[in-house]
Design a protein around this ligand. Structure first.
Ligand code: NAD
Length: 334
């Protein structure tokens, strides 16, 4: 029996987590879900953002399926996502981006994976107010964290028979911090002689991705660039409703969609649960339920082969709950 912690989160979180729990339940696996609350709604109801009960559940079960959590923009508390990633040292944020079904996108043949360092960089959130007119933020890059994410990317490349890893920095300007990231990756690359290391600056990478994304297999980068490139790549395949992610640490792994709480459509039964469902498939692969993971991915892909099954974000009319039923029906046929 697997016991998995679920944090529904804010905005569309409740809708998409319910949908994905139903999809995974239809795979008939021995999974027990432990639903705990955290985030802005929890704060508004209880005065706590990240209650002890949520932390205890994560530490006991060690596998987490998480919905998005709203973070106030430009003021207020530190992101709960960042807190969880640093508290549990979830150093690798892995984000596969691939065309799905017949979803209209600028390019076909996109099949890349972003490996984003997940615990430091400007995301450390170490900021200082010098005066009303001047604020500073500290960019932190360490060799130890870079080694971990770089090995993760190269090991993945090797296991998936990929031939190239593209490291993305701005080491021409941030010679010390991004320079350390780049030099550490160069060092790691020597351990994997069969895999080519390509080096690009972040500005050039943005242009190359918009011009010719199918050139890329694995993108290895630091926290902030990885965050921005993920949304860019999501746009290339049809939007944020489609891109999953895994946050992997030594003991704990947390799976969530790349998108946020989408407050503009929350509660409207319009959200696309595909990104979280694909995150659940990554979770099933992680716990060794590879066949079930494959079934879920195949069912999603098949459902998305018909425009009638598209949710609002893809230009369709199908509700979250009807989309969920389509996926469950398709799983039964596989
Ligand atoms: P967002 O991802 O919530 O939404 C951006 C746009 O994409 C919106 O128009 C939204 O409707 C659409 N969208 C996103 N996911 C969708 C889905 N599954 N189905 C259909 N449409 C979808 O980004 P934002 O508006 O910049 O952020 C909103 C909040 O979410 C912020 O507080 C932010 O901090 C938070 N956030 C949380 C996470 C997380 O918990 N991991 C990630 C990103 C943003």
């Amino acid at each position: 029996m697997y016991k998995i912690t679920v944090i529904p989160g804010d905005g569309i979180g409740e809708e998409v987590t319910q949908s994905v729990i139903q999809m995974v339940d239809s795979l008939n696996l021995p999974i027990e879900w432990e639903i705990v609350s955290a985030g802005l709604n929890t704060y508004n109801n209880t005065g706590e953002l990240l209650p002890e009960s949520a932390l205890n559940s994560i530490e006991t079960n060690k596998i987490v399926l998480k919905g998005p959590i709203t973070t106030p923009i430009g003021y207020g508390f530190k992101s709960i996502n960042v807190t969880l990633r640093t508290k549990y040292n979830l150093y690798a944020n892995i984000r596969p981006v691939k065309n799905l079904g017949v979803i209209d996108s600028k390019y076909k043949n996109i099949d890349l994976v972003i490996f984003r360092e997940n615990t430091e960089d400007l995301y450390a959130g170490i900021e200082e107010k010098i005066s009303d007119n001047e604020c500073h933020s500290l960019k932190i890059i360490t060799k130890s964290a870079t080694l971990k994410i770089a090995h993760e990317a190269f090991k993945y490349a090797q296991s998936m028979n990929k031939t190239k890893v593209t490291v993305v920095t701005k080491a021409n300007i941030m010679k010390l911090t991004d320079g350390l990231f780049l030099n550490t990756v160069r060092e790691v690359a020597l351990d994997y002689p069969n895999i080519e290391l390509e080096e690009l600056l972040i500005d050039n990478m943005c242009m190359q991705l918009v011009l010719n994304p199918s050139r890329y297999q694995i993108i290895l980068t630091s926290n902030l660039y990885g965050d921005i490139l993920s949304d860019l790549c999501a746009g290339l395949i049809g939007g944020l409703g489609l891109v999953p992610s895994a946050n992997i640490g030594k003991d704990i792994a947390l799976f969530e969609a790349v998108h946020g709480s989408a407050l503009d459509i929350a509660g409207a039964n319009k959200a696309n649960p595909t990104a979280l469902a694909l995150s659940a498939a990554m979770m099933l692969d992680y716990i060794g339920e590879n066949l079930a993971a494959k079934k879920l991915k195949n069912a999603l892909n098949e459902v998305l082969c018909y425009e009638d099954n598209f949710t609002y974000d893809l230009g369709g009319n199908l509700s979250t709950s009807d989309f969920t039923q389509k996926v469950i029906e398709t799983i039964q046929t596989l």
